[in-house]
Write a protein that binds this ligand. Structure first.
Ligand code: NDP
Length: 489
């Protein structure tokens, strides 16, 4: 070995040389406009808001703020497209446009991944390997369904609903846009979509992609703004359906607003998932799954495994391995390919997370945090776990939406089923065991829409996703994701 090459030494933690993704080829516009009727248009109010890079608090660009008249224009253009060319287009022609969008996303995947990371703070490894490929996969998958709806729903006559209003959050910006737009187009609807205020840029690049794919004007309209813009879409009389992903609080207020109308809805809301380790589980694999379950995307995941239940007999072992594994996580520059934990999405979200961490300590739980240096500037939270947690603690009950894990123990299967179901949410759960029968037993008794066995946070466009209780209603993904966009006569 040449004397110039230093050999890597392991002293409890690997030291990696930085491997920063180049942003040389990325040029963001100074201002992003509203995408209405196939064109980029300035907002009538001429108002803009800044989009900030959460890892250094620098302004990336300015985003147009849509108000009432802009929302009217967007909904009218979606209605005209539905009543016009798009509504009459044979299904196989619709499919070709959706395929085209998928292919262009693949072509632009590097740019999209970098922008997703700059705008949202998530590690480049995640945007590159998960967000963007899954967004393309969703368009590919639903393109395949467009001309096969009569096989999906035999002996029925599937008909599109009309204009759908779609409101998405900031945790998976492009992927959420794909989850919403792809099934809506496959089923023949037209769309008005609003991304979250802190992460609008990739949705606007998607608008450019839609333009490049020559989708007829008005079929997809992407308008930006804050919660008030979302409210205007929800309350617009010419919108036939609302598809929402976000907090349970806003989901409830949307349901109230549309309760006296004929608007259809799908709600993908919060979660407080149980991740359960039995004594017969492969412990190393389970610990890896717990780490991925809660610290993936800084814990900004509705299905995050934020409540860990460990069988008492393996508690000490699991906890030791969990803490060791936490110490090896790399927190820092989201553009560094070595980074495991990026920046918290916004100042507001950081203060929410810190409020819960303080509350956990105040309510008597024991805190353990990754001992690491956090970057100067930007919004950061080290991976955190709490032990000595009881069922009544706020950190065990409420959605934190950050890298905070609450650990509890159990002795019997029935006890863990009771504890896991003791939540107003019901989105997801994970079970770690060597016994298939135990996994199937839990899968039938846990009240959650998605249950993973010996894995966690696995997403696939062919597989339905959604919850019940306060986690919402309706399914996205798979064949099940088609019916919320159809009238089935
Ligand atoms: P919100 O539910 O407020 O935001 C989700 C989307 O809804 C955003 O596009 C938002 O716009 C929009 N919106 C906000 N208010 C309204 C309204 N009254 N009518 C229609 N649309 C509206 O989530 P936050 O971003 O405020 O996050 C708060 C908490 O919600 C988090 O701490 C987390 O616990 C939870 N959350 C859960 C998510 C999930 O997937 N389950 C996703 C995001 C958050 P804008 O961003 O511009 O305000």
């Amino acid at each position: 070995m040449s004397s110039k090459i230093k050999s890597l030494k392991y002293n409890g933690k690997w030291d990696f040389s930085p491997s920063i993704e180049s942003i040389e080829d990325i040029s963001l516009k100074k201002e992003y406009q509203l995408f209405i009727n196939g064109q980029f248009q300035k907002p009538i109010s001429k108002k803009y808001f800044p989009s900030i890079n959460p890892s250094n608090e620098q302004q990336l660009t300015k985003i147009a703020h849509a108000e009432s008249k802009d929302v009217d224009l967007a909904v009218n253009s979606a209605r005209n497209a539905f009543n016009g060319h798009w509504g009459k287009l044979p299904a196989k022609e619709r499919a070709k446009y959706i395929y085209r969008i998928a292919r262009i996303i693949q072509e632009k995947s590097k740019e999209l991944a970098i922008v997703e990371t700059l705008d949202g703070g998530k590690p480049i490894r995640e945007s590159r390997d998960i967000d963007i490929p899954l967004a393309a996969a969703h368009f590919f998958y639903y393109a395949g369904w467009a001309d096969k709806l009569q096989y999906a729903f035999p002996n029925r006559t599937p008909k599109p609903l009309g204009v759908v209003g779609q409101i998405i959050p900031w945790n998976f910006p492009l992927m959420m846009a794909a989850w919403k737009i792809a099934p809506a187009l496959a089923t023949g609807n037209t769309v008005v979509l609003k991304p979250a205020e802190t992460t609008s840029i990739t949705a606007l690049i998607l608008a450019e992609i839609i333009q490049q794919a020559e989708l007829p004007p008005g079929v997809v309209n992407i308008i930006t703004g804050d919660g008030s813009t979302g409210e205007l879409i929800v309350n617009h009389p010419d919108v036939n359906k609302i598809a929402f992903t976000g907090s349970t609080k806003v989901g409830k207020s949307i349901m109230q607003s549309i309760s006296s109308t004929t608007k259809r809805s799908t709600m993908e809301l919060g979660g407080k998932a149980a991740n359960i380790i039995f004594e017969d589980a492969p412990v190393d694999q389970a610990v890896e799954g717990v780490i991925n379950g809660i610290y993936f995307n800084q814990g900004h995941v509705c299905c995050a495994g934020s409540r860990l239940f460990v069988q008492e007999s393996v508690y000490e072992l699991v906890l030791r391995k969990l803490k060791d594994r936490m110490q090896s996580l790399v927190v820092g520059n989201p553009l560094d390919k070595n980074t495991d934990i990026g920046a918290i999405n916004s100042k507001e979200q950081l203060s929410t997370i810190n409020k819960y961490i303080d509350l956990g300590v105040k309510e008597g739980a024991d805190i353990f945090q990754l001992n690491c240096e956090l970057p100067n500037g930007g919004y950061w939270c080290p991976p955190t776990l709490f032990t000595n947690v009881s069922q009544s603690h706020s950190i065990a009950n409420e959605e934190i939406f950050g890298p905070v894990l609450a650990v509890q123990t159990f002795r019997t299967t029935q006890e863990v089923i009771n504890k896991a179901n003791n939540t107003p949410f019901g989105l997801s759960a994970g079970v770690w065991t060597d016994k298939g029968s135990k996994a199937f037993n839990l899968a039938s008794k846990l009240k959650a829409g998605v249950i993973w066995a010996n894995t966690y946070n696995k997403f696939d466009p062919t597989s339905p996703f959604g919850g019940y209780k306060e986690s919402g209603h309706g399914r996205e993904g798979g064949l099940h994701g088609l019916s919320p966009y159809l009238n089935l006569e």
